[in-house]
Design a protein around this ligand. Structure first.
Ligand code: 8X3
Length: 269
């Protein structure tokens, strides 16, 4: 997707902070912002896997020599890490314009009553507490200048809970509720709160959910044609490059063969 000269102009010199930027939707979002702005932006790329971020930084800088990138190892499930991340931001990266709250994960498909406490903790700490803390840190910066975009990566899971997703769905419902409160609280500002709720997207999401069991992960998408990370990153860049008075408050995005969390058409041979 080409975003055109207007999008490039609107993005010029913006500082964009992406969590979970080492792969999937986060990585694709970094590329799409670089392309849409012709490299005239500053990217703060965070994730747990610093080597992957560094290699992404190298690739982006080769293609867009003028781009400014800061890579930082950050596990958003660790609130102390978030604290020191913000404290250590160099001045030229402090004035954040766009926050992409992308980091999130599912652990397991256990039924309620058998879910391991550590899985419950990691999902809530990452998808909810980490996301809230990132937003809390960035909001005063945006309020100060009365502008900015906060993009919340929700999920169909937050609207349409399914068996085996008791915790993951609850975290995404929490994100959705938090996001709606936030938008209402910011009614007298120019800050835009944008929620994007994807259905099935083939990324490392299912590998993580099944703890690296690739066979199980593959089955999730078998016989379907899921979305890809680029479908979501296109939408992220699109929503954040609209006229400043326009907020695409929420979008539900499916592949053509999905209609709800459980209505998924599978072709069988
Ligand atoms: C991922 C979508 O339905 O696999 O957020 O949980 S789903």
């Amino acid at each position: 997707m080409s975003f055109g000269p207007q999008a490039a102009e609107r993005l010029t010199n913006k500082i964009i902070l992406i969590t979970g930027a080492s792969a999937g939707i986060g990585e694709s979002t970094a590329w799409d912002y670089a392309k849409a702005s012709n490299g005239e932006i500053k990217l703060i790329l965070t994730a747990r896997r610093i080597e992957r971020l560094e290699s992404l930084e190298k690739d982006l800088s080769t293609q867009f020599p003028q781009i400014k990138i800061l890579t930082k190892q950050l596990d958003v499930s660790n609130l102390k890490d978030i604290e020191s991340f913000f404290q250590s931001l160099p001045t030229e990266f402090q004035d954040i314009d766009i926050l992409i709250n992308n980091a999130g994960k599912a652990h397991g498909v256990d039924k309620i009553g058998t879910i391991k406490q550590e899985d419950i903790d990691v999902m809530f700490q990452t998808n909810v507490l980490g996301m809230i803390s990132m937003t809390q840190h960035v909001l005063p910066i945006m309020k100060q200048k009365d502008s900015g975009d906060i993009v919340q990566l929700g999920s169909i899971a937050g609207r349409d809970p399914y068996p085996g997703g008791g915790i993951y769905c609850a975290t995404k419902a929490a994100l959705r509720s938090f996001t709606h409160s936030l938008r209402k609280e910011l009614i007298d500002t120019k800050i835009r709160v944008i929620e994007i709720d994807p259905g099935n997207v083939e990324t490392e999401f299912s590998n993580t959910r099944f703890f690296g069991d690739l066979e199980k992960a593959k089955k999730v998408y078998q016989g379907t044609e899921p979305l890809i990370a680029k479908d979501i990153s296109d939408l992220i860049v699109y929503t954040t490059t609209r006229r400043s008075n326009t907020v695409i408050a929420e979008t539900l995005i499916f592949s053509t063969n999905q209609a709800s969390a459980s209505h998924l058409y599978r072709k069988t041979d």
